[in-house]
Design a binder for this molecule. Structure first.
Ligand code: NDP
Length: 335
């Protein structure tokens, strides 16, 4: 069982030496457990947080732990009547070839709705993050303007497409001309490149009506450009702050929290952070039904960035944090 473990906590941007390759026995499932052979491993920004020991919503990885990760795989041995050999499941198997799971921890993968890897993206955690954060916190109504950054990624691209389904104007911000072109193909009404100069000015020109919902994925200079464009009563689901994940110290001053709070007060803004897990119980079955339908009807499309081979996970992960990925980052571990 080949695995990739945390060798040491990254300082700033992770580097190859922060990861350790290991080889061990394939685990034996106990009563109520099943052994899953991983086909696809999902790489996601939250893993950077788990590698650090800063206080967060979930316990950090310990040095030597297999790195956490969502996986899709095939049940190859089972001591649980609810999981049969040959079943495809989505579980949190981590960065390794084989993992143990239980029926309670594993979701069924239905390949008649979409290919198995989609259960790590549009029909999995990232699609659900977009769906739950946008609908439960953003609460977009017809005719409103919804903006999102990291817009070509799995969360952002779903946010924009759901916004269109809800009758909104969708504004996407992404890095580079190819990604911007893709946003237009997806039906975003406005697509802007955050790497070009004067994002603030371009946003003002392209979105004269202002922004009613800003789905926050990145923070940093994009947030600085968006804040002045927020309308009275705008909602900001705070989903991620990827611009900060590799920071080793606070950004240089001046301290802008007074200006931020003045905006919150005078524009009656709602900023509400969330971790998608809080909505699973109430919204996951609606999500699977609705998103499954939108995907099979072709109303929502998605893009994957698949790299072959578990051994390439560290390099691919480091690249994703810098925007090298184009679509949902996935490692193909086995056929
Ligand atoms: P993506 O696959 O979109 O990857 C991250 C993208 O962020 C990069 O491709 C890059 O896109 C963009 N990015 C990186 N650095 C910067 C920067 N400094 N400024 C602007 N953009 C930057 O990621 P996901 O769709 O998986 O995740 C999006 C966000 O959602 C992340 O912040 C993640 O942590 C968060 N998240 C939160 C969850 C929750 O429960 N709260 C659950 C899942 C995800 P580009 O090239 O376009 O700049």
């Amino acid at each position: 069982n080949r695995s990739i473990r945390l060798a040491r906590r990254p300082h700033g941007e992770p580097v190859a030496d922060d990861f350790q390759f290991a080889e061990g026995e394939v685990p034996t499932p106990g009563e109520g457990q099943a052994l899953v052979r991983t086909r696809y491993l999902s790489l996601d920004p939250y893993m950077r947080g788990r590698m650090s020991d800063a206080k967060s919503y979930a316990a950090p990885l310990e040095i030597g732990d297999v790195i956490i990760g969502g996986t899709v795989g095939e049940v190859v041995e089972s001591h649980d009547p609810n999981l049969k050999v040959g079943d495809l499941v989505q579980n949190y198997g981590g960065w390794q070839e084989y993992s143990l799971t239980t029926a309670k921890e594993a979701f069924a993968v239905d390949e008649s709705v979409a290919p198995a890897s989609a259960y790590l993206g549009i029909l999995g955690m990232t699609g659900f993050t977009a769906y739950s954060g946008l609908l439960a916190i953003g609460k977009p109504t017809e005719g409103e303007t919804v903006a999102v950054a990291a817009a070509s990624g799995p969360v952002g691209s779903a946010v924009g497409q759901i916004a269109k389904i809800k009758g909104c104007r969708a504004v996407g911000i992404a890095g580079g001309p190819q990604k911007v072109e893709y946003l237009k193909e997806l039906g975003f009404d406005v697509a802007l490149d955050h790497k070009e100069p004067d994002l603030r000015g371009r946003l003002k020109e392209a979105v004269p009506e202002g922004i009613d919902v800003y789905f926050e994925n990145v923070g940093g200079h994009v947030w600085d450009a968006v804040l002045p464009r927020l309308n009275t009563y705008a909602r900001v689901p705070v989903c991620g702050l990827i611009a900060n994940y590799n920071l080793t110290e606070a950004p240089e001053g001046p301290d802008r929290s007074a200006a931020l709070m003045a905006n919150v007060l005078t524009k009656s803004l709602t900023l509400r952070g969330f971790i998608q897990l809080e909505f699973v119980r109430d919204m996951y079955s609606d999500f699977l039904r609705e998103m499954g339908q939108w995907v099979s009807e072709g109303r929502i499309s998605y893009r994957e960035d698949v790299t072959e081979g578990l051994e390439n996970a560290p390099e691919t992960f480091i690249g994703m944090l810098n925007g090298k990925n184009f679509g949902k980052t996935i490692i193909k571990v086995a056929d």
